[in-house]
Design a protein around this ligand. Sequence first.
Ligand code: PMP
Length: 446
Amino acid sequence: MFQAVPAEGPLDLFIQEHQMDYRRMTKEELKDEKKRLEKQYRDYQALGLKLDISRGKPCREQLDLSMGMLDVLDSDMEYLSENGLDTRNYGALTGLPETKRLMAHVMETQPENVIIFCDSSLNIMFDLVSKSWSHGVMGHTPWYRLPEVKFLCPVPGYDRHFAITEYFGIQMVNIPMKEDGPDMDLVRQYVENDESVKGIWCVPKYSNPTGTVYSDETVERFARLKPAAPDFRIYWDNAYNVHHLDFEHIRVIPELLELCRENGHPDMVYKFGSFSKISFSGSSIAALATSEENIADVVKTMGIQTIGHNKINQLLHTRFFKNAEGVMEHMKKHAAILKPKFDLVQKSLEEGLGGQSLATWSKPEGGYFVSFNTMPGCAKRVVALVKGAGVVMTGAGATYPYGKDEEDSNIRIAPTFASLSELEKALEIFCVCVKLASVEKFLNEG
Ligand code: PMP
């Protein structure tokens, strides 16, 4: 049973001891609590802070890990790839053989299934959707000529995926994300019965933002899909495949390209990989891994777009990382920087909000985000409140297509960029704002 709050005194201690339950408070008690939280909030505002936990950017220490890459080449060296190609010149449209081998390891596939692009996997995704829209997939009707084109969007998901499909006017259909991946009954129902469904956005490991790792069964069910549309493709964005937080317990999922082949649909998946969060974000290498037929289809367009991608950067990456083991050793160093930040998020949320049934949040084992759910109707208010106290977070609703979270509940926390002390402060403020928004909700609902 809730006990009366002392008018003055060590309230934080009181709360810790008595775990306030807003649901059982009287209106007067809630009003007192609101006053107390507002006072705390004003104190934070007075600090004039400027903190940012909005985007999944690596921090400086993480970027420093790759500085050695800039020393693997100098002007006295030969810039030849292993097949003797002068990387300073045109050629090797689909990438250097050694870079394809390195990327194939990271993407758990074969070098012949890989095309190396420039520095952004998102760019590859955009180009694929754009080409499908204007010219069609493998000789099928260009999407712009169809009365309706749909993409399935597991939610909450990655805002920049949704931005691409929204840009082309593709209708986005929400698919609830479960513990083991998207709701596959619903995915199957849409994909197998609706010819206008041309794609699905997936981040299969350490998903953005939920941290979900698709179960073996989920991946196998993807491979067994029998799409109504022959040009349906799974956009398998495995951006966080090697981004484990705990290398003692790394997660492995089945490899979808091979599974699709075994199930008689070799062309059903486009896999994406990127070194953006391995080396330098936005200045690394990215890749597509897919079937031979899809590669031939993509190369036709690519050969018109470019004479070749940046091979000097491919050489830098290959000489620096060398092989799969090199990447893994490097990722352990990332984890050493990131794990304390993710642990701090859990500790801060648990201390600030634990046991109060005001929110739930994910406990990811890798990737870049923590997904946080307020009580329905509070997310926008929380993000506005934290902003008012100098903390920038991803806009509420951003994790849903069209920015519309019907529940107004999901908030993405991106803990990587801030320092530990900044993060601690930001989360302290965040917890107070969640409580304040919750108290307001209880009071408004009478
Ligand atoms: N996919 C996902 C799921 C991401 O979270 C991000 C970066 N936040 C990207 C792609 C972007 O990758 P790139 O820099 O290779 O475009």
